[in-house]
Write a protein that binds this ligand. Structure first.
Ligand SMILES: *[C@@H]1O[C@H](CO)[C@@H](O)[C@H](O)[C@H]1NC(C)=O
Ligand SMILES: *[C@@H]1O[C@H](CO)[C@@H](O)[C@H](O)[C@H]1NC(C)=O
Ligand SMILES: *[C@@H]1O[C@H](CO)[C@@H](O)[C@H](O)[C@H]1NC(C)=O
Length: 269
């Protein structure tokens, strides 16, 4: 009896505290089972008529990818790419397309001694005979070398790290910098470097010399290169060589400026 009264008091107290404005009420009954929510069926996707992608058109407006497109057209490899892109039954195509600046960064003579077959293989090496979405590279990266359109001996290693996909050939491993087009069966991804397989290049092909930053530096042995590619060619060459006197000095100055600025910030702070 006393126990019950105690429980009652505590219960009353609880009711008063918890629901002061409301009249005392019965403990809530368990919520009624929710009526099942019926999702309206998603509209059925329109039967996918494979959208025809003209790769030459696509590459001519995106990018700039003119150098790659020129090579594809001169060698006829564009036909191989296009028939692969046309044929969904064969799995489509994934193309890694280097920007014009990637070609400009290489010494102009890099492709001069290649036979027509080697040049074709080099271009074919920039494509996989299957469509891959960016998300699929996570899985692909675990599979080891992936055969390219150039044949099973020409492989690329794909690595996937926190959303960054790198395409590794022997002498370069550019990352995919953007997705130009990706709808089954055609994927075109932009890369910042030309892929350089070891079957074609026995050694690391030289970079274009960095364009002279000042008129006094010797410019005579710098092969004329398209103005569009100059800055990135220079950046890449600097990144690689890094020890050129002028760029080194500039780097040192920038370094000290950075220290001075951060020091100033610290003092201000
Ligand atoms: C690809 O398909 C288009 C449209 O159907 C056609 O005009 C073109 O000739 C085809 N190209 C190749 C290389 O198969
Ligand atoms: C191309 O071949 C010539 C003659 O064989 C050679 O002197 C030159 O160094 C080669 N160039 C390249 C980029 O391999
Ligand atoms: C690709 O990976 C294989 C091992 O899976 C390795 O033997 C090969 O050297 C790699 N190739 C490149 C270009 O990184």
């Amino acid at each position: 009896m006393e126990f019950k009264a105690g429980v009652f008091t505590v219960a009353m107290l609880a009711i008063v505290v918890l629901s002061t404005p409301a009249a005392p009420q019965k403990p809530k009954s368990p919520p009624a089972p929710r009526s099942p929510v019926v999702l309206a069926p998603a509209p059925a996707p329109a039967p996918a008529a494979p959208h025809h992608v003209d790769l030459a058109d696509l590459l001519s407006v995106a990018g700039p990818f003119h150098t790659f497109l020129d090579y594809l057209q001169k060698t006829g490899v564009i036909e191989t790419f296009q028939s692969q892109a046309n044929d969904t039954k064969r799995g489509g195509i994934t193309v890694f397309v280097p920007k014009d600046s990637a070609f400009a960064a290489l010494k102009q003579t890099t492709f001069a001694n290649l036979t027509q077959d080697q040049l074709r293989s080099l271009l074919l090496c920039h494509a996989l005979p299957k469509y891959y979405s960016l998300a699929e590279f996570d899985r692909l990266s675990a599979l080891g070398p992936v055969a390219t359109l150039a044949g099973s001996q020409y492989t690329l290693n794909l690595t996937y790290d926190m959303g960054t996909v790198r395409v590794k050939s022997m002498w370069s491993d550019p990352k995919i910098s953007s997705s130009v087009y990706s709808t089954r069966p055609v994927a075109v991804y932009e890369v910042g470097k030309v892929l350089l397989p070891m079957q074609i290049f026995k050694s690391d092909p030289p970079l274009a010399p960095a364009p002279a930053p000042a008129p006094d530096a010797k410019a005579s042995d710098v092969a004329p290169s398209p103005a569009s590619g100059k800055s990135s060619a220079s950046a890449k060459a600097k990144e690689k060589a890094g020890e050129k006197s002028s760029s080194c000095r500039a780097g040192v100055v920038a370094h000290y400026l950075a220290i001075a600025v951060s020091g100033g910030l610290v003092l201000l702070w």
